[in-house]
Design a protein around this ligand. Sequence first.
Ligand code: HEM
Length: 422
Amino acid sequence: MTNRLDKYDYFYSMMGNPLATFGTIAADVHRVRRSALGPFFSTKAVAEFYPQVQSVVDRLIERMELCAEKAEPIPLFYAYRCMTVDIISEYVFAHQLGLLDRADWGKYFYSAWRSLWELSPTTRQFPWMIDVIMSMPRWMTKLTDPRALEVVDMFAEIDHQTEVLLNSDPKTIEAQPQPTVIWELSKSDALPPQEKTLKRLAVEANSLIAAGFETTGGTLTLMTYLVLSHPKVHQTLLAELERAIPDPSKIPGYLVLERLPYLFAVVKESLRVSVGAYSRLSRVNRYEAMRYKQYTIPAGSAIGMSALFVSHDESIFPDALSFIPERWLEPDGSIGATALRLEHYLLTFGKGARGCVGINLAYAELYSVMATVVRQFGTRLELYQTEERDMEAVHDYCAGMTRRPDGSEGNGLRVLVKKQKE
Ligand code: HEM
């Protein structure tokens, strides 16, 4: 069978701009874009960028400490999303969108995005609606839904930052210790000139920020909840981190962290439980018919599968609805053949040519945040008025989404950090 599978344009029309790598429909166009983009998300590239990741995580910790002093609950649902936006925007165009500094923990920003996702089943049927929303004058958008202005303004800000970056002095950009993705793409020999226009690069920047923000923020939210609602897991993880990291202000790089067996198991099991994309990620073979068992699938048919069916398959993950990090480890608690076997069935990042390009960055964030938050706050960290229903994926907007965290449907993840004893 050919591996030239296109994305299914009907399915992706509601969320992917076809100019971006994510939303590219045709396999041959995608191959060119991915080959230019991929190297900036390799293990080596992410390791070079990692100090920036850790510095944003440290800012989160500082803000959490301030809340601890005032005995204020921390809306981690929002805080994690602020952090992931700031990290990915730093990498994409060397300019953080600054959500972590917002007094409201980016609640307004999230609410605007959320409205866009909630519209997505409708815009899939009527894709022209997106263009209508985007081309409305500001006053009309404000009148229709003031929250949508936040999204429209963010798109405009991303276009602006892309332009600022592309007009920067090369010496300033190239003096930075790590590459800046959009800058590097604009200079890439792997892309023809029409792929390096301001318009296309701004769409790519936009798409990278969208792809890297809710996904990683959502996984971190669920993972923190799972750890805190399983006291034995929390204790075991904390004990491992205390042994491996004697000084909590010196968190090692993620390539070191991912070798800590229990942390590794917590991250993998959280990814499995989170599922990622609940929808069937649809593909089309335009070129030839495909065979599945005794069936022939005609060329041009859409096919797809949801990761949910594998991550909840009892024959692979017994007691699949339970959170059991130990299932990833050998009986002696080490990482070995079991992890290798189960990894094959972990579809949260997708697989193959259209699998997640940001997987290494996502892992860097998951390991860094989990190690830092748990090691830093230890047993001072506890859930605050958060219930299982706040974590359930009850909406399928491609990614599974929880109830709105603004009190209208649920409350998201909130934690309390008890004040440090003098
Ligand atoms: C836990 C976090 C993440 C999860 C669960 C996740 C999941 C996925 C999945 C399932 C896909 C395949 C989508 C499809 O087939 O339509 C995908 C693609 C993609 N992801 Fe992620 N992702 C995560 C983090 C990130 C990050 C941090 C970035 C930042 C760059 C990113 C960028 C992308 C891009 C650009 C694609 C499209 C790849 C292509 O078509 O070549 N993701 N992701």
